[in-house]
Design a protein around this ligand. Structure first.
Ligand SMILES: *[C@@H]1O[C@H](CO)[C@@H](O)[C@H](O)[C@H]1NC(C)=O
Ligand SMILES: *[C@@H]1O[C@H](CO)[C@@H](O)[C@H](O)[C@H]1NC(C)=O
Ligand SMILES: *[C@@H]1O[C@H](CO)[C@@H](O)[C@H](O)[C@H]1NC(C)=O
Length: 975
């Protein structure tokens, strides 16, 4: 009993204590459950910034950082941790927080699936997980009847677009943008969300039409379904969205016209329907709305812009570029508006240019390029101090430019190119210190270049070519430390090239051709370490070529048609070819160089006596060395006389083959294999296997030999030239990765080349073939082998074969595959010897194949080894992505390289460019592919000098060898 009594007293004491405690603190049991739930939640998260350190078992959750409680009950009602670098996963324990109303964890790196238990948090009003890395299917949340904000944008949720969304009738705010949903339509039930204010669904893989029910959403203020593949028209019933403020439907596949019903949306401020396939004229009723932003660029709209746009009082943004609008532009646009952005480029507007765009003093972008505007460019813009970019190129503007336009304080781009402007550049240009591009090319501008140009220290591009500028080039130009590109060609500039030019250390591209420059080429030109292209042709320059010019890593040089004299440095000859130096009576080359290069355009220098004496002093020594060498050689010859004889015979053979390019040649064999002419001319149409740029290709069974060859019948005319090129190069080359040319033959005006036969066609075709099981024929291992083999072949051409050769048309369809998928470089019809080129010949016009052409070709028209590297880079990108070099999906003027670059900003996106047909579950294949992707990107660098050489490419590819060489998949491919 005593113990019992004791227990009772203890119990009473405890009870008393409890009552005292609960008088001070809110009830305990609930807190314990919630504390436990929160600590579980914390444990599942990684918290590098230690923001959850205050979450301790000993403390009340109401004191936890980011946690809010009901002030009366003490129940947890909210967790809000925004942008705290949290990763890890969301614990299902969250469902035990029965009073939770707000779970906001946006802008973290939380991954894993959204636990379905969250649907038990029946009081939840706000679920905001935007910008995380969550995956899987979004669980059915339709039970959360109180949910007002569901914001799961910018995660990687997958599966179908949630079909239960229509049950959440209390929603005010819905955001599911930027996830990986399957392609699908927006469910009709969206029309049930009668309270919805904000519908945010860009990049949600939506297809089909906008459901009619959506226009029942009377409360909707913001509708954003941009960047989907929505098709169909915008119906007139859009007029039912009485409360709409903002409509974003850009980047879809909408067709039809803009319905006049739009004018009933009296609260509408912003509308963007750009990048669709819409047409027709703009309804003039649109003037009834107080628009702030109107964008419809990149559609097929036509007709005039309704003049009512000129009456708008709130318009800030107006962008309608790339349509077919025409006629006069509304003269009053901007007169009563705070216009900031204005882009009407690439339309067909004519007549006078509107004068009031900057009346609100807010205009920053004025873009009207490629229209038919005429007359003077209005003087009003001289007062437009807010202007950042002014581009009105490719119009027919004439007359002088208002003085003030040259001295806008903030402007960073002025492009008046391709017009008929006259007059000069104002001396006040020095006030436009933010200018980074001044583009005035192809006008009739004249007079001197102001020395204040030197104050434009942010200038990167100065394009003044094809005008009537005269006077001298001011030495102040040397102050332009950021200048990348200087084009002054085709003007009448006189005087000497200022030595200060060498201070422009960033200069990549310098063109002073076609002026009246005199004096010497200042040796300081060689101080510009980035210089890539140098053109001083067609001037009156005298003196020698500065010897240190050869230290520059130029890819193009032209000094022709001057009055230069002295020796042409061998290195520069290699870059520019003879034609870069012709038209200079005094320039000459060594006798040995002349022979070696087979040069016909340049004279041999007269003996340099000084050098000869030095030579003579050393000559005794040389004779001694020569005698020793002779004895050693003679010994060797005696030892292996037979062997030597055979090699010599081989050499003679191949030289003979190489030279026999005359059409008279009947049959020349390059490999040890006798083929009979009759057999080859027996080509039957049914054996036609392809058509190339230079001829038809047939498969031919040589029955007597028991082998199969490919015979290319060249087109007449062009054929002979191509044949000469292919023979000259291929006849001498023996390399595992270069297509073997067995023989050539001419008969009755037709020319035939006999090659080894390639069972598996070319890489372009192979990338598109699938096996019976639907998988691509080429798995990653094989693609890697192709990449490496082809790289070795090209590297051999560039660096190891004699003479070094540039292929000039590397592309996936010129890389053939034998029966083991070993790649061989083919089609040398346009290839050329690296060190030789002919001025104005058909070769320099040849540009390669669109999609594979290196960007520098646009300005240098010269092809170097680095252009092959670029083209090969494109092939690598094809292998990695499985996509074609060009295609409609990349948009106008863009190609695979551009497409890749736009995806290369985020790691996530990088993975998206890989060919999803061969990215298997294993991470290693993916990583291996990324390695080759990176090499492809290096090879397609914009500047030739930043591209690796093919030798380096081979090394890098060897390092990128797949981790698991042969997979089971591979085996099945081999049989
Ligand atoms: C607090 O939570 C408890 C247990 O979940 C619940 O019974 C109670 O109703 C809640 N109080 C309030 C005010 O929500
Ligand atoms: C959701 O989070 C984002 C990012 O912090 C924020 O901008 C947005 O306003 C939040 N939305 C709601 C409804 O809480
Ligand atoms: C969702 O709505 C559909 C029809 O509107 C209804 O049949 C279903 O029971 C609802 N689901 C929930 C969980 O309320």
């Amino acid at each position: 009993m005593p113990s019992m009594a004791l227990n009772i007293t203890q119990y009473c004491r405890f009870l008393l204590f409890s009552i005292m405690v609960s008088a001070v603190f809110p009830p305990c049991p609930a807190i314990n459950v919630e504390t436990e739930a929160l600590l579980h939640f914390k444990n599942k998260l990684k918290d590098p910034l230690h923001v959850l350190d205050s979450w301790k078992e000993s403390d009340s959750p109401c004191k936890y950082y980011g946690v809010t409680c009901d002030p009366v009950s003490g129940n947890v009602t909210g967790i809000s941790l925004i942008g705290k670098s949290l990763s890890g996963e969301i614990s299902p324990s969250i469902s035990r927080l029965q009073s939770l109303q707000n779970l906001s964890l946006p802008q973290n790196a939380i991954s894993g699936e959204l636990p379905e238990e969250i649907s038990r948090c029946s009081n939840l009003k706000v679920l905001n997980l935007t910008h995380n890395k969550m995956v899987g299917v979004i669980p059915d949340l339709s039970g959360l009847k109180d949910l007002e904000s569901l914001i799961l944008s910018f995660n990687t949720f997958s599966g179908q677009f949630p079909s239960w969304i229509g049950n959440l009738t209390g929603l005010l705010y819905l955001g599911l943008a930027g996830n990986n949903f399957d392609e699908g339509e927006l469910p009709d039930s969206i029309g049930n969300l009668k309270n919805l204010n904000y519908l945010y669904l860009p990049k949600s893989n939506l297809i089909g039409q906008i459901p009619e029910s959506l226009f029942e959403l009377q409360a909707l203020k913001v509708l954003d379904m941009s960047r989907n593949k929505i098709s169909g028209t915008i119906p007139n019933s859009i007029s039912k969205l009485k409360n709409i403020h903002q409509i974003e439907l850009f980047d879809n596949k909408l067709t039809g016209e803009l319905p006049p019903g739009i004018a009933h949306l009296s609260l509408l401020e912003e509308i963007d329907i750009s990048s669709n396939h819409m047409h027709g004229t703009l309804p003039k009723e649109i003037g009834n709305i107080n628009l702030t932003v109107f964008e419809c660029h990149q559609n097929n709209f036509s007709g005039e812009i309704p003049a009512v746009f000129g009456d708008m009082h709130h318009l800030k943004g107006f962008s309608i570029y790339q349509n077919r609008f025409s006629g006069q532009f509304p003269a009053n646009l901007g007169r009563f508006s705070p216009l900031e952005i204005f882009d009407i480029s690439e339309n067909r507007f004519s007549g006078e240019f509107p004068r009031f765009l900057c009346a609100g003093r807010k205009l920053t972008l004025l873009l009207a390029l490629e229209n038919n505007f005429t007359g003077r460019f209005p003087d009003t813009y001289a007062e437009c101090k807010s202007l950042l970019r002014l581009r009105i190129n490719k119009n027919h503007f004439s007359g002088e430019v208002a003085d003030g336009l040259w001295s806008l304080p903030h402007v960073n781009l002025i492009d008046l190119g391709d017009n008929d402007f006259t007059g000069g550049i104002s001396a006040n240009i020095g006030s436009s210190t933010n200018l980074s591009q001044l583009v005035l090319q192809n006008n009739r501008l004249s007079s001197n270049l102001p020395s204040d140009l030197g104050k434009l220290t942010n200038l990167g591009k100065l394009l003044l070519n094809n005008n009537n500028f005269s006077g001298s080039l001011p030495a102040e130009i040397g102050a332009l430390k950021k200048l990348l590109s200087l084009h002054l060609e085709q003007n009448s500039i006189t005087g000497s090239i200022p030595a200060e030019l060498g201070n422009c250390v960033m200069l990549v591209d310098l063109n002073l051709a076609g002026n009246d420059f005199s004096g010497i080429i200042p040796p300081t030109v060689s101080l510009m370490p980035s210089l890539n292209s140098l053109n001083l042709s067609g001037n009156k320059l005298t003196g020698p070529i500065p010897n240190n010019l050869k230290n520059l890593k130029l890819s193009s040089i032209d000094l022709s048609d001057n009055q230069l004299s002295g020796n042409v440095p061998h290195e520069l000859l290699t870059i520019g070819g003879d034609e870069a130096f012709i038209g200079n009576g005094g320039l000459c080359i060594d006798q040995s160089t002349k022979i070696q290069r087979n040069s016909t355009l340049l004279n041999v220098c007269k003996e340099d006596w000084g050098r000869k004496r030095v030579f003579r002093d050393k000559s005794v020594f040389f004779i001694f060395i020569a005698v020793v060498l002779f004895i050693v050689l003679a010994g060797l010859v005696l030892l292996s006389y037979k062997n030597f004889k055979r090699i010599k015979a081989d050499m003679e053979n191949s030289i003979e083959g190489g030279n026999r390019v005359s059409p008279k040649c009947e049959l020349a064999c390059f490999h040890n294999m006798d083929i009979e002419a009759e057999e080859i001319c027996d080509l039957e149409e049914q054996n036609l296997i392809g058509r190339g740029s230079s001829g038809r290709v047939y498969r031919l069974d040589l029955t007597k030999k028991g082998i199969v060859v490919a015979v290319k019948q060249l087109w007449k005319g062009e054929g002979l030239k191509a044949m000469a090129a292919e023979m000259e190069i291929l006849g001498k080359i023996r390399h595992r990765n270069i297509l073997k040319l067995y023989a050539c033959l001419t008969k009755g005006g037709s020319s035939y080349l006999v090659f080894e036969y390639m069972e598996n066609g070319n890489v372009f075709q192979a990338l598109r073939r699938v096996k019976r099981d639907g998988k691509p024929e080429l798995n990653w291992h094989q693609r890697y082998k192709i990449a490496l083999g082809a790289a070795k072949g090209i590297s051999y051409l560039h660096h190891d074969c004699c003479p070094p050769t540039i292929h000039r048309d590397i592309k996936s369809s010129n890389i053939l595959l034998d029966k083991d998928f070993e790649p061989k470089i083919a089609d040398f019809g346009v290839a050329k010897i690296a060190e030789r080129s002919l001025r104005g010949s058909e070769w320099s016009c040849f540009a390669g194949t669109y999609g594979y052409i290196a960007p520098e070709f646009v300005y240098t028209l010269k092809i170097t080894r680095k252009s092959d590297v670029y083209s090969f880079g494109v092939v690598l990108l094809e292998l990695v992505t499985g996509k074609a070099a060009i295609g409609e999906e990349y948009g106008e003027g863009n190609d695979l390289v551009h497409w890749i670059l736009t995806h290369f900003n985020h790691h996530e996106n990088v993975l998206k460019v890989l060919d999803d047909k061969i990215v298997t579950e294993t991470v290693t294949v993916r990583d291996d592919m990324v390695k080759v992707l990176k090499i492809g990107i290096l090879c397609t660098a914009k500047l030739p000098n930043s591209r690796p050489s093919m030798r380096e490419v081979v090394k890098m590819l060897v390092d990128a060898k797949p981790a698991i060489p042969i997979s089971s998949d591979d085996q099945s491919n081999q049989d």
